[in-house]
Write a protein that binds this ligand. Structure first.
Ligand SMILES: [Zn+2]
Length: 294
């Protein structure tokens, strides 16, 4: 069945790129609403559905926007979207009073805590699933992302990354997604950045809210965060968290196998664009809920 949250919850934290203090408020939403974002600091801003075809930028984060009204944009949605996917939330209204989802610790942990705090409420309508029927692939040099039909139910993901920095190097990860594996294996992995890139980002007016409290900072073979990593392969797990958040812009959970090498928000979005441009590659089905009520 479809699910929303039990009650309204809100919290304040800074935006990674703007450095602004931003309030995020999660509210229950009706059957069939999906995930909807609404800016409260702009007059007459239209709500923006969390769908792949409302993405307006993918360079540093996934950004949703209202076409024709550039200031109505919401960036860095991916860690929240991953939490909504992992926690099995179908319908929710997200109000924010700034242009960016607050970063908290750079992972999905805080959003999972908020969702668990308010609780998950079952609604009287079956859940819709997008079943991938044919392979779909996007390549860019050696980098690729693809979706294949899953002989089993649900979503499984396999990802590899390869960075020159010795603290990262080559990492691979695989997960069969459930609410349990999401919480125990993916949700807590933080975003990361390289020391040499920080000054450039700051000069561009970006990463103004970035700190060791909300990102792993890498200097070749060194991790600058005093407590180190949460898991030795935290980098590839975070990239997979980003994939999951981006894939939830399909509008429904997927029944598919995802494979990727050095994926990013741009490739992830192009993958959904390509999937939905081919009507024989997917099918929307109703299914029974795979997440036990919490
Ligand atoms: Zn991320």
């Amino acid at each position: 069945m479809q699910h929303t949250i039990c009650n309204t919850v809100s919290e304040i934290d800074i935006g990674l790129h703007t450095g602004q203090r931003i309030r995020i408020c999660l509210q229950p939403a009706d059957i069939g609403c999906g995930v909807l974002f609404q800016r409260t600091d702009l007059s007459n801003a239209s709500p923006i559905p969390a769908l792949y075809n409302h993405v307006i930028d993918t360079k540093l984060s996934t950004v949703l926007g209202e076409k024709g009204r550039l200031e109505n944009r919401i960036s860095t949605i991916e860690h929240l979207m991953a939490a909504l996917y992992g926690c099995g939330i179908d319908n929710i209204l997200i109000l924010i009073d700034g242009p960016e989802i607050p970063i908290f610790d750079g992972s999905s942990s805080f959003f999972v805590s908020l969702l668990e705090h308010t609780g998950r409420k079952q609604q009287n309508a079956p859940r819709k699933i997008i079943k991938v029927l044919e392979p779909v692939c996007i390549k860019q040099g050696d980098f690729f992302v693809k979706l294949l039909p899953n002989p089993h139910s649900g979503l499984s993901l396999s990802l590899s990354i390869n960075f020159a920095a010795r603290a990262v190097g080559q990492q691979t990860y695989h997960i069969d997604l459930t609410s349990d594996t999401f919480k125990k294996e993916l949700s807590f992995n933080r975003t990361f950045t390289f020391l040499e890139d920080i000054e450039t980002l700051r000069q561009m007016g970006l990463a103004q809210g970035g700190s060791l409290e909300n990102a792993i900072v890498i200097d070749d073979n060194r991790i600058l965060n005093s407590h180190g990593l949460r898991t030795p392969d935290e980098f590839v797990r975070h990239k997979m968290l980003d994939v999951l958040g981006d894939l939830y812009l399909a509008g429904s959970p997927l029944e598919a196998c995802f494979y990727g090498h050095c994926s990013g928000h741009t490739l992830n979005n192009q993958l959904l664009q390509k999937l939905f441009s081919c009507s024989t590659a997917w099918q929307k089905i109703c299914t029974t809920d795979k997440h036990p009520p919490s």
